[in-house]
Design a binder for this molecule. Structure first.
Ligand code: HEC
Length: 241
């Protein structure tokens, strides 16, 4: 806790200093690099299909989507239990450290907690309490994809386009193993087979245009990593948690 207060205090000091000479306040990075020790109560780690995608503490800089350094987050003893993960050797080129998901090429998929540049410059040993984090794969799809855009038409108001509800209380039951209205013969999500899942087809191909749906779905999810996450989720059984 003391160190956390220290980080906050340092950030305040740095921000309070507006003469443009911030660098004088910064603590030089040790030749071995910095160490971040993050503690959190975490649920959902095991839902990621390791090693295709996995939950890590990783260092990035703003020029690339690929982690410069990373360490797997261990499973807590019980779901939601406390875990501590330590990432050492964080060099100068790292401008932020994230508790996030990366793929096997170490490409960033999505982030659950970020330690920014200001917090990283607080010293060579940085301790952070990230609180309680649900990093579950379906939870991520619900929050980052369905809630972010789809529910506007699929269920957040009084009606749902194509009768499809993607709100968090209904989405899983509505999509998994349920027949598609637009693509007869397919389920909306067919566990284990993304190519036979209308939801993945709608987002990854132009079927919504060629089939004359009333809304073009191809530009809904443009991030390759997020699309890959949806594919992996289906391929690995489309589980709710
Ligand atoms: C602007 C409104 C709108 C948004 C946003 C939207 N959709 Fe749709 N969606 C529709 C409409 C309209 C249809 C039905 C098309 C028709 O009847 O021709 C549809 C149909 C579908 C279907 C086919 C359902 C079936 O039974 O075959 C799926 C799957 C789907 N949407 C998934 C999504 C997902 C996933 C998102 C978010 C990434 C999304 N949609 C965002 C309007 C929208």
């Amino acid at each position: 806790m003391k160190k956390i207060l220290f980080i906050f205090a340092s950030v305040l000091v740095l921000q309070g200093c507006d003469d443009g000479r911030l660098y004088e306040e910064e603590i030089p990075i040790s030749p071995d690099g910095r160490t971040v020790t993050l503690t959190a109560h975490v649920s959902g780690i095991a839902s990621w299909p390791d090693p295709s995608m996995y939950v890590v503490l990783a260092g990035f800089n703003d020029d690339s989507d690929y982690a410069l350094i990373n360490k797997s987050v261990p499973l807590p003893q019980n779901e939601g239990g406390e875990v501590t993960v330590q990432l050492s050797g964080i060099k100068e080129n790292v401008t932020r450290v994230e508790l996030c998901v990366i793929n096997r090429l170490r490409r960033h998929i999505l982030s659950f907690y970020t330690i920014d540049e200001a917090a990283l410059s607080a010293g060579n040993e940085i301790e952070v309490d990230a609180g309680t984090l649900n990093v579950g794969m379906y939870n991520a799809i619900q929050e980052r994809v369905f809630n972010a855009t789809c529910v506007n038409c699929h269920g957040a108001s009084t009606s749902a386009a194509a009768g499809l509800y993607l709100t968090s209380d209904k989405s899983h039951a509505a999509i998994v193993g349920n027949p598609s209205k637009k693509l007869p013969g397919m389920n909306i999500v067919e566990p284990g087979d993304a190519a036979k899942s209308a939801l993945y087809e709608a987002l990854s191909t132009d079927v919504s245009i060629t089939d004359g749906w009333h809304y073009n779905h191809t530009a809904e999810v443009v991030d390759e990593g997020i699309l890959a996450m949806i594919r992996q989720w289906i391929t690995h059984g489309a589980k709710e948690d």
